[in-house]
Design a protein around this ligand. Structure first.
Ligand SMILES: Cc1cc2nc3c(=O)[nH]c(=O)nc-3n(C[C@H](O)[C@H](O)[C@H](O)COP(=O)(O)O)c2cc1C
Length: 225
């Protein structure tokens, strides 16, 4: 079982990282799990230039760390993404990952399970979690759990025993979901509507301009042919 964790904070020892590290440690306890932590701070990332060439070719024009991250996420069984709340949204680093990651159009997370983690200090944590969850569900993932944590700056959120318990439950559930391929019927219906009434007709209307996208769907058995 392959799991990829992404910390969207620039702070590798911040609140988001503490929570994600705890998840990492717990997942490592399972003998059949291969888990990898990626810190946005370690990545060399260019902004999306908006050229839209990836839709045609299936590849980004930039060959930086993001292509590798996308590849890892596309090959994983489960993903955990975490971000601090910045101005009631995700961090800038996480937004670049979202823009560059080929997630929604290519349905990169189709059939995978996910946990989202949003940390905040005062207000807007739910908005940040919403952005992460939209990305996950629009990309085809089933969300096992969302964890939104209000935390004082530079205080280790794991000092809160209830949070530790919540994390443990979330990880157990996430692992069980992947192992048992749990069917989240409502999420599946929601995704079916988004994909078949929204994304697919849009892409088909674009014709050969979106050949790369269609190729990715075929590779992932999202459509036949
Ligand atoms: C630029 C910036 C913007 C922020 N915006 C918000 C915000 O809108 N709402 C909030 O509650 N906290 C906000 N915060 C606080 C962080 O979300 C909070 O401290 C978070 O837990 C930090 O996570 P980290 O330690 O993993 O980086 C902001 C912090 C920074 C640096």
């Amino acid at each position: 079982m392959k799991i990829v964790i992404i910390n969207g904070s620039y702070r590798k020892n911040g609140a988001t990282a503490c929570i994600l590290n705890e998840m990492y440690q717990q997942l490592k306890e399972y003998s059949n799990v291969e888990v990898q932590m990626i810190h946005a701070a370690d990545l060399e990332l260019k902004y999306c230039s908006g050229c839209s060439i990836c839709y045609k070719t299936g590849e980004c024009i930039y060959k930086d760390d993001l292509e590798n991250v996308s590849l890892k996420m596309g090959n994983a069984d489960g993903v955990i993404i975490g971000s601090p709340t910045y101005a009631s949204n995700v961090s800038g680093q996480m937004k670049v990952i979202i823009d560059r990651g080929h997630f929604v159009m290519e349905q990169l997370l189709y059939g995978k399970y996910a946990i989202s983690v949003a940390t905040y200090e005062n207000y807007g944590g739910k908005d940040c979690a919403k952005v992460l969850n939209k990305l996950l569900s629009y990309s085809g993932a089933m969300i096992s759990k969302t964890i939104t944590v209000r935390n004082r700056f530079n205080v280790n959120p794991l000092e809160d025993a209830r949070l530790r318990e919540k994390i443990q439950k979330a990880v157990t559930r996430f692992y069980g979901d992947i192992a048992g391929q749990r069917k989240y019927i409502l999420q599946k219906i929601k995704h079916f509507i988004i994909f078949h009434l929204g994304i697919r007709p849009f892409v088909l209307r674009k014709g050969s301009q979106y050949d790369g996208v269609i190729r990715h769907w075929r590779k992932r058995n999202i459509i036949g042919g």
